[in-house]
Design a protein around this ligand. Structure first.
Ligand SMILES: *[C@@H]1O[C@H](CO)[C@@H](O)[C@H](O)[C@H]1NC(C)=O
Ligand SMILES: *[C@@H]1O[C@H](CO)[C@@H](O)[C@H](O)[C@H]1NC(C)=O
Ligand SMILES: [Zn+2]
Length: 224
């Protein structure tokens, strides 16, 4: 492990213990951080890339861009895979993650999805991120970020990044018992970024409700 990573983990650990007095006997994931492909061991990165490719291919085969899957981390098997059903069900809340989590819950009847991973082509919105936390998914893995979809592709988004919600889960269990999900972002993002439609220059007759005029800071403004 790089010493910068160790320092970061140590800093997160110290900040957490100072705030709470609780000391876990193991290294915890920082729930307020999005882990990137380069933070992962190669075997794990390759696993996530294969699962991301599977949902990208699934999205393309269904003429969709938002696809999600649930993977059993113990067996490595994809047990549910679905696309967004907003248009089909005429229901704005039928995002890909909601559809796949509801599909998997109705098939397997689990209340606790610890040990299962949720994959999604686009970063989870606050609704889907919260649903994944209620379901206790252990890892949530996305391709394209909310920032990219909103700022670069002019796509309508609720502007709360998933790790912000992810850091707020401690009320879901008694104090000290909560195990946050790990968020991993940017897996095969070159593929997912080109999968999503760019709404920044809609045609004159393009009345798609997904198109917005983003109010984004430049990179140097957001670093201040
Ligand atoms: C997950 O995989 C493990 C190991 O193969 C198996 O025992 C378990 O039944 C699986 N659960 C689901 C819901 O697929
Ligand atoms: C789960 O999703 C699959 C694929 O769309 C579908 O065929 C199946 O009927 C769904 N099952 C349930 C219980 O929702
Ligand atoms: Zn969503």
């Amino acid at each position: 492990m790089k010493s910068a990573t160790i320092l970061l983990l140590l800093a997160a650990f110290v900040a957490f213990s100072a705030a709470s007095e609780y000391k876990a006997p193991w290294v915890e994931f920082d729930p307020s951080r999005v882990y990137r492909p380069q933070d992962l061991r190669q075997s794990e990165r390759l696993f996530h890339e294969a699962k991301m490719k599977e949902i990208v291919d699934h999205a393309i085969s269904k003429g969709s861009v938002f696809a999600s899957s649930v993977v059993n981390a113990t067996s490595g098997q994809t047990i549910c895979i679905n696309t967004n059903a907003v248009g089909q069900k005429k229901d704005m809340t039928q995002h890909g993650e909601i559809v796949v989590m509801q599909n998997c819950s109705s098939i397997y009847g689990l209340f606790d999805w610890t040990g299962f991973y949720l994959y999604t082509t686009g970063e989870s919105c606050p609704m889907c991120q919260s649903a994944a936390m209620w379901n206790r998914y252990s890892k949530i893995i996305f391709g394209s970020s909310i920032k990219f979809l909103y700022c670069n592709h002019c796509q309508a988004q609720i502007l709360i990044e998933s790790q912000v919600i992810n850091s707020m889960g401690y009320g879901l269990n008694d104090f000290g018992e909560y195990v946050p999900a790990q968020i991993i972002g940017g897996i095969l993002e070159e593929n997912t970024n080109s999968l999503f439609k760019n709404y920044c220059n809609p045609g004159p007759y393009d009345t798609n409700s997904q198109s917005v005029h983003p109010a984004c800071l430049t990179d140097s403004e957001s670093d201040e």
